[in-house]
Design a protein around this ligand. Structure first.
Ligand SMILES: NC(=O)c1ccc[n+]([C@@H]2O[C@H](COP(=O)([O-])OP(=O)(O)OC[C@H]3O[C@@H](n4cnc5c(N)ncnc54)[C@H](OP(=O)(O)O)[C@@H]3O)[C@@H](O)[C@H]2O)c1
Length: 313
């Protein structure tokens, strides 16, 4: 059996269960491509899965390779694949139902893969798919955000939030973001019109009503957010389904988004990146052998943008 390096878990638990080791090369099915991974990225879902919180929805056989953001080069294609060929530079948010990208190679359905943006390297490209698709889905498909509308983006400096700010600004919306004070200037430069320091003021006291609230925090932040949604507006959460009763009481709508692979959106997003409209924010680049450190950083909840694994140059 041909082997590769990968980060796997053999049991659910803390960062210490992440094992950098030899693993079998993935086999590809007829509709798959095999990607030679140049970079992968960390998302909070990785450590949530590592801790076992998603076992009910995703009953993985262990060992499992984590990581559902990849940028790399096509190594081989399945018999039915006509859209890609070996040598193509691609990026993807692969299905959560299979082994992930903390590895030298990953098998991905061709329909989940898009050509990588040309103007950025693999390390930056790996920082895009999961977070950017989530922001796109939440703002434009669920939230139907349009030019001239007002949007409040919670955790605007995070992986998802940093794309949401740039997408909303590109769309022509008035963009308000919440963050700690140290991220204020960063968010203004990224395109926010107004930044609320959540340690210094309560957003519901200072923000005029908005058309769309994008909730990436949940809990009491989601509860307090109802107060500032305009009648006819919408609260979109990626954390938990918002209360129907609250939506009715505030004469607005609500939506819960759980990300799906969307290669068509990745193609559009690549174009925005290539014309300089959107840029990935990368806080740290680490080797795969430091997966435990990367998860510890992500679990602080204080990351600006993304943490990336450089797997090969
Ligand atoms: N449902 C889905 O499909 C889906 C998809 C993607 C992500 N998610 C979830 O969405 C959440 C966000 O993901 P992410 O990748 O953006 O996480 P992340 O990158 O880890 O978020 C970190 C950011 O959160 C900010 N933050 C922390 N507490 C805050 C608060 N009370 N108010 C405002 N900002 C705060 C931090 O800013 P400061 O340092 O300035 O505090 C930091 O920049 C995670 O729980 C993730 O699992 C769900």
């Amino acid at each position: 059996m041909t082997m590769m390096k990968a980060v796997r878990i053999h049991a659910y638990g803390g960062p210490e269960v992440l094992s950098y080791e030899d693993a079998p090369m993935p086999a590809i099915a007829e509709d798959d491509v095999l990607i030679r991974v140049h970079a992968a990225a960390v998302n909070p879902v990785d450590w949530k899965i590592r801790e076992g919180h998603l076992q009910k929805f995703l009953p993985y056989p262990l060992p499992l390779i984590l990581g559902w953001d990849v940028s790399g080069v096509i190594e081989a294609v399945g018999a039915n694949v006509t859209t890609f060929q070996p040598g193509d530079e691609v990026y993807a948010r692969p299905s959560l139902e299979r082994n992930g990208a903390y590895a030298e190679y990953i098998a991905v359905k061709a329909s989940e893969v898009a050509f990588k943006p040309k103007t950025i390297d693999h390390g930056q490209a790996a920082a895009v798919p999961l977070a950017a698709i989530t922001a796109w889905h939440s703002l434009f498909e669920a939230g139907q955000l349009t030019a001239g509308q007002r949007v409040l983006i919670h955790a605007a400096a995070g992986g998802v939030g940093s794309y949401a700010v740039q997408f909303a600004r590109w769309k022509g919306a008035y963009v308000i973001g919440t963050a700690s004070g140290r991220n204020r200037d960063f968010l203004l430069e990224l395109g926010a019109n107004q930044v609320i320091d959540y340690n210094a003021e309560a957003f519901e006291d200072v923000v005029e009503p908005v058309d769309v609230v994008f909730d990436t925090i949940g809990g009491e932040v989601q509860q307090r957010s109802w107060q500032i949604v305009k009648p006819g507006g919408i609260l979109v959460s990626v954390i938990s389904p918002p209360s129907e009763e609250q939506a009715i009481a505030h004469q607005c709508r609500s939506a819960y988004v759980f990300i799906q692979p969307r290669a068509d959106w990745l193609t559009e997003i690549a174009q925005l990146i290539d014309v300089g409209q959107v840029k990935p924010i990368v806080e740290a680049v680490l080797p795969l052998s430091q997966a435990a450190e990367a998860h510890q950083m992500s679990q602080t909840g204080r990351t600006r943008g993304k943490i990336v694994f450089q797997v090969r140059d």
